[in-house]
Design a protein. Structure first.
Lengths: 624, 479
């Protein structure tokens, strides 16, 4: 069997094996899942090194074959997908899968089933060379997204959020489907490698439309504004491992991967598309980070950052210059690392304390030092503090942005950095420092199976920092060789230039802001953002946002869908009248009218017959 | 006469004649009647499926009885008719098995079995007929059987709805007859082998189209279908999902896809009608609160997608539409049968009085979800591929307005099916006493259809290469 199939087939088969009811076997399912993820990881690594031949099977018709190909970008993504699957399956070993009313291990069973299925489909999506095969795997993730959320808690809220996530993604996947159809038709092939040999332009309407549809599919998977609204809801209505796995890692990897594919390999973009992408990136950064700042729940706060960071990636790719694109891709992998790690710390804090409410947490660093340390590393990385990985990828994005000449986006991104750091100061301060509440006096450190993957990811944050030479040279640059990217030195290494000093200024500003917030909030860390939350104008905007006034999904479901369906239903009733009530009335009416002539009078019948005959002769003669 | 010709005659004659043997079997015993009915369904399916061998080998099986004036009775098994016959007889067989438990506590069971088998037989006759006149005769026979089946319950309301069904479809059939007569006067024959590749006049095409639209419940003749939901769920599954409504699309494929070259403008008009039908009925499905009416509207909406594929005028879309017939028959049949279980155990069809049924009916719930996913066209279910090919063909057709209409229709499909599933199986329980799961045979039939939908997705290579070959071999005027 071709090596390329292992990362898809193995998790898939293991997931199906998990479903066989095995009684009360403790840790059997967990071990199986970890083993499957581990072996897939090895296979992915060997694919990355050896680059096996593409695999092509006959499928739908001549143009649509089932082709898997591991090029530089795919192999890199596959490695990332496998890494996060392994980390999360390890982490979830001791996660409390309490499930009211169901069997003891039921939660764990379904979690691992969904995890392995997601892994298999995500691996397929990144390796598929035929766009239809990619779409198959990509859309197939929908089912598992739904079951992942719906089965993570036994509550109505979880099911509602699962439905929301399903619908948002299903609708945008439909856009992707239409985009793939049109792109394939214009290009005359569904193979992405063939299209990239002869890229499409956006010069005429259909190709522009196709690219926009692909764009919607990609950015919505990545969780960009305005398709992000299920993510914060899922943060409260599902489990921390799910958040660490899907919205933080897999969705970002896939979404940004395909954005890069479409924008760099399939289409040649023009200036206005560049502007659109950069605007989308900047808006996503700012809107989400503003929301993150005022959250009072550990996971919900993190989830808004998961959205906000997507903005940097889109901004980076939107610059369309090699530095920015490299920055976007680098940020994608960095973000998955630290955000997964952050959600893991949230999960372990929640497991040990029973809450994720910031006002009930505090002073945990002394009792949970490892979790605290991982949090500090990951939070510093996401805030772009040198020498961690986040600093370098953001620096590349900034450089790329400045090179385009649109300085406004650069400042938006810097403002985003400031707010990111401010909210992490608030978060870290309220959870790990300050005074520990009475209720948490017994709290202990999380079990080793949770700490290990956290430490591993924190180590990656460090390893990918310090000049960032390794990831750039090994992973990012090879994927972008077609862009004429030659000078790696420009991309990696530490440069004490203006950008660095600006980042120091941003850090100082955020710290000062935090001090101000603390002073205004009476020293309570969880109120450190209140001076922004309740500032004039912002206060009203936040109130509207809390009422979901800016939630596209809720607005459409409340305001657009019901009247539109009612209108269509009225039209349907109209047609019903046309084929049912109206013909009945006409038939009944004319029947009654004609029955009046049926009087039994022979002369009347004769008269009618003669009149009829005369009319017929006249007409027939006249026609001839 | 070789074996395949015998099989062809068996597939048509066995159910048509066998149907009239059912009352005699009833005289013996109820189990004898039931087993005869299932056996007839099974044998019909086997005979139809066995015809796959010759047609896949490139052979056409023909049987002709000469009649004067070009009204020859011709049965012909080619790739298209065998494909359609196998699907219809398979779903009918599953429905017959499911009926054993479902129908067992109602009156008029013998009539029910007679009519179902007769319906199956006339369907077989219709798909295998290669003469337009005989096609019309079998067409009316299916209409008659469906009239008796929709009126299975004898209240005034049921009878009124059954009359609506027959009146609308007969009106359409008569229009079609006019169209057929016009063809006869133009060419002097109704043998479709002779007519192959000829042009058809706009007026004749339009008259035939009225018949097709009324049988396949497409705008403006769509509303008899949801109204016929008063019938037992097995009947709605048989008529609305799997077989009856497919007659229209089959006739479209047969007449305008593989026989006549449709005039320009005609196909475009069909695309717009189908687009409107997809949207309007999807909107109605969002508003309705009766489970069977919602699924029936969903059928109307999905039929429009099949028309989209058939009328797009390229081979991708045509092959996709044929796959769509297969996927939709299986999935929608499953949905109606699941609805039957729900209806029987909750004693209501009102979704506002359900909610939270997943806890007490998990297997039905899972099967319902799987079938819904296939209808929505989510991979890895078979529905994904048919939807993709149809959209792909629509993109090739290059009509942006039509494409957008169907995109909106597909979005609405997602919305009403998710809403339906949520309201029935999740959501707050609305004052019911946690009804039990259906009987073993019923749940097993539903689950079988759901899993077949999944298997069709996994093994998509086989059906898709079949439809591809069919389109290449038989298609007329396709790009």
């Amino acid at each position: 069997m071709n090596l390329i199939l292992i990362p898809i087939i193995l998790p898939l088969a293991s997931a199906l094996v998990l479903l066989i009811p095995a009684g009360r076997t403790r840790y059997l399912k967990e071990t199986l899942a970890v083993l499957a993820a581990g072996v897939s990881m090895l296979a992915a690594a060997s694919i990355f090194v050896t680059r096996p031949e593409p695999l092509s099977l006959a499928w739908l018709n001549d143009a649509i074959t089932f082709t898997l190909r591991a090029d530089s970008l795919s192999a890199f993504l596959l490695l990332a997908v496998s890494l996060f699957s392994l980390a999360i399956s390890l982490y979830s070993f001791s996660y409390p899968w309490s499930f009211k009313g169901k069997g003891e291990n039921c939660g764990a069973k379904w979690f691992y089933f969904n995890l392995l299925m997601t892994q298999a489909f995500a691996a397929g999506a990144v390796m598929a060379d035929n766009m239809v095969a990619m779409l198959f795997f990509w859309e197939g993730l929908l089912v598992f997204l739904y079951t992942f959320i719906a089965l993570s808690q036994n509550s109505h809220a979880a099911r509602r959020t699962a439905m929301k996530a399903f619908l948002i993604n299903a609708v945008t996947d439909l856009c992707l489907l239409a985009g793939v159809c049109i792109t394939g038709y214009i290009a005359g092939t569904m193979s992405m490698s063939e299209i990239s040999a002869n890229k499409l332009t956006l010069d005429y309407g259909w190709s522009l439309f196709a690219y926009l549809l692909l764009l919607v599919g990609a950015v919505s998977k990545a969780g960009a504004f305005p398709f992000h609204t299920w993510i914060p809801d899922a943060a409260t209505d599902s489990s921390a491992p799910f958040m660490a796995y899907v919205p933080a890692a897999i969705d970002k990897l896939l979404g940004i991967y395909f954005l890069a594919r479409a924008s760099i390999f399939l289409f040649t973009l023009n200036g206005s598309m560049q502007l659109l992408l950069m605007t989308l990136g900047a808006v996503t950064i700012l809107v989400a980070v503003m929301m993150a700042l005022v959250q009072s729940d550990y996971k919900r706060l993190l989830s808004y950052h998961a959205v906000s960071q997507t903005g940097y990636m889109i901004l980076g790719i939107g610059t369309l210059n090699p530095i920015g694109i490299a920055g976007g891709l680098f940020h994608m992998i960095n973000h998955a690392t630290y955000k997964s790690c952050l959600f893991m710390t949230a999960g372990s804090v929640e497991r040990q304390t029973g809450t994720s409410d910031l006002s009930k947490l505090g002073g945990l660093f002394s009792v949970m030092p490892v979790t605290g340390l991982c949090f500090i590393i990951a939070a510093a990385a996401i805030s772009g503090i040198a020498p961690l990985n986040g600093f370098f990828s953001k620096e590349l994005v900034y450089k790329g942005t400045l090179e385009t000449g649109y300085t406004v986006f650069f400042f938006a991104a810097e403002l985003g950095s400031f707010l990111t750091l401010a909210s992490f100061l608030k978060l870290g301060h309220s959870v790990f420092f300050g005074k520990r509440p009475e209720a948490l006096s017994e709290t202990r450190e999380a079990p080793i199976s949770m700490l290990l993957p956290m430490l591993g990811l924190a180590a990656v944050c460090l390893a990918f920092g310090f000049g960032a030479q390794l990831p750039i040279e090994k992973f990012i640059a090879p994927a972008l060789t077609t862009l004429g990217l030659q000078n790696f030195g420009e991309l990696s290494g530490f440069h004490p230039d203006k950008l660095y000093f600006l980042s120091v200024i941003v850090i100082l500003a955020a710290v000062i802001n935090h001090m101000l917030g603390l002073a205004a909030g009476g020293g309570k860390a969880n109120k450190a953002s209140d001076h922004i939350h309740y500032a004039p104008v912002l206060k009203e905007t936040y109130a509207l946002a809390e009422n979901r006034a800016f939630d596209l999904y809720e607005q459409v479901m409340d305001r657009v869908v019901p009247p539109f369906s009612n209108l269509l239903s009225r039209i349907d009733r109209g047609f019903d009248w046309l084929i049912d009530a109206m013909p009945s009335a006409v038939a009944g009416g004319s029947g009654r009218a004609i029955s009046r002539f049926h009087t039994g009078s022979y002369p009347l019948y004769m008269a009618l017959t003669i009149i009829g005959a005369v009319v017929y002769i006249l007409l027939a003669g006249g026609l001839k | 006469m070789d074996l395949y010709t015998k099989l062809l005659i068996t597939a048509v004659a066995l159910p048509v004649i066998g149907a009239f043997a059912i009352p005699f079997a009833d005289r013996i015993s109820t189990p004898a009647r039931n087993s005869l009915s299932v056996l007839l369904g099974l044998c019909t399916f086997l005979a139809a499926a066995a015809l796959f061998w010759p047609v896949c080998a490139g052979q056409t099986v023909t049987m002709a009885v000469p009649f004067p004036l070009g009204f020859d009775f011709i049965l012909q098994a080619d790739m298209l008719s065998v494909f359609m016959a196998a699907i219809s007889s398979f779903v009918s067989m599953v429905i017959l098995i499911y009926s054993l438990d479902y129908i067992s506590h109602y009156d008029n069971q013998t009539e029910y079995y007679v009519m179902v088998v007769l319906f199956l037989g006339s369907m077989m006759g219709l798909v295998f007929s290669a003469n337009l006149l005989w096609m019309y005769i079998f067409w009316e026979m299916t209409g008659f059987a469906s009239w008796r089946l929709v009126g299975f319950f004898r209240s005034d309301k049921d009878v009124a709805k059954a009359n609506k069904t027959i009146l609308v479809t007969i009106f359409g059939a008569l229009c079609m007859l006019v169209g057929i007569i016009m063809v006869y006067f133009d060419y002097g024959t109704l043998d479709m082998n002779v007519l192959h590749g000829e042009a058809i006049s706009m007026a004749a095409a339009a008259f035939i189209l009225v018949g097709i639209l009324s049988k396949s419940a497409t705008l403006p003749f769509s509303t008899w279908l949801p109204d016929a939901g008063v019938a037992p769920s097995t009947v709605t599954a048989l008529l609305h999902a799997a077989v009856l409504v497919k007659i229209g699309v089959y006739a479209y494929a047969r007449i305008f896809g593989v026989t006549f070259a449709a005039p320009d403008g005609f196909s475009t008009a069909v695309l717009y009608i189908a687009g409107a039908s997809a949207l309007v009925s999807a909107g109605a499905a969002m508003v309705e609160t009766d489970i069977k009416r919602i699924i029936a509207y969903s059928t109307v909406s999905q039929i429009a997608f099949i028309f989209l594929g058939l009328a797009s005028g390229n081979s991708t879309a045509f092959a996709g539409a044929l796959l769509y017939i297969l996927m939709h028959s299986v999935a929608k049949g499953g949905l109606f049968l699941a609805a039957g279980i729900i209806e029987q155990n909750t004693h209501t069809t009102d979704i506002t009085r359900m909610g939270g049924l997943f806890a007490s009916m998990p297997v039905t719930g899972v099967a319902f979800a799987l079938c819904s996913l296939s209808v929505m066209g989510i991979p890895p279910f078979g529905g994904f591929f048919s939807k993709f090919l149809v959209f792909s063909g629509a993109a090739q057709n290059g009509n942006l307005a039509v494409l957008l209409m169907f995109l909106a229709g597909a979005v609405m499909t997602l919305l009403y099916l998710v809403r339906l599933f949520y309201k029935i199986f999740l959501g707050e329980a609305a004052g019911h006493d946690s009804p039990k799961e259906g009987s073993y045979t019923m749940v097993a039939s539903v689950m079988a259809l759901a899993l077949i939908g999944l298997a069709l997705g996994a093994l998509i290579y086989y059906p898709s290469s079949y439809t591809q070959l069919l389109t290449t071999n038989l298609g007329v005027n396709l790009q």
